[in-house]
Design a protein around this ligand. Structure first.
Ligand code: HQG
Length: 180
């Protein structure tokens, strides 16, 4: 399978499992899990060149760990705009995390904190390089903000590792944020 098709399928699966399950009659339940057979069907409906094997190849090799799968089910590990609640994990969280964004967002973020905007949760990165990549989706010259995750955890605000490279939380108050 060509890398272009793989990328398109990965994006479609992310959209299906994060944003538009209803468009394909997919039920995510409360924890975000979809029936694997139903996902394969949606994929075949969308692309005549894709099938369950292609889905398996994409979800099994995703570098960011975007998908979780187990015994006939599959879900997105993060990124949801639809209302699902993934259980917290107790994987360790670094004391310092990062968030990359567009320069035009920085004033509002330092005033009001990081908010989920179109998604259910705020997404943070473990490295400056990752944060810069995330920010580059929004602007050519992204700004990296430093998040005091240790202080958030100490205050009882859960921060949870999701996939390989992402940490999620409900919101980050301005006092736990600074410009890098
Ligand atoms: C900004 C991708 C103004 C925030 C990425 C961001 C990530 C505010 C934008 C994951 C604000 C939301 C998520 C405030 C937040 N005022 N702007 N108070 N609070 N914002 O796309 O974090 O490749 O929903 O800075 O790599 O960019 O799809 O979030 O710029 O891991 O797997 O509002 O999605 O992962 O943008 O990206 P997004 P994000 P995948």
């Amino acid at each position: 399978q060509s890398s272009g098709r793989r990328r398109r399928l990965s994006k479609f699966l992310s959209g299906l499992l994060r944003h538009f399950p209803d468009e394909y009659g997919l039920d995510l339940g409360t924890r975000g899990w979809a029936d694997r057979g139903a996902v394969d069907e949606a994929v075949s409906e969308r692309y005549d060149w894709a099938d369950g094997r292609a889905v398996g190849a994409v979800v099994g090799t995703d570098p960011k760990g975007r998908f979780e799968y187990t015994g006939g089910r599959i879900r997105a590990a993060y990124g949801h705009s639809v209302d699902v609640t993934l259980a917290d994990t107790d994987e360790p969280v670094p004391d310092t995390l990062y968030h990359g964004t567009a320069p035009s967002n920085v004033g509002s973020i330092l005033d009001g904190g990081l908010r989920p905007m179109g998604r259910q949760l705020v997404h943070l990165s473990a490295s400056v390089a990752d944060a810069r990549e995330v920010g580059a989706r929004h602007a050519e010259d992204p700004v990296v903000l430093v998040v005091d995750a240790g202080a958030m955890l100490a205050e009882g605000r859960p921060v949870t590792r999701r996939g390989e490279a992402v940490y999620t939380t409900e919101a980050v108050p301005p006092r736990h944020l600074r410009r890098r």
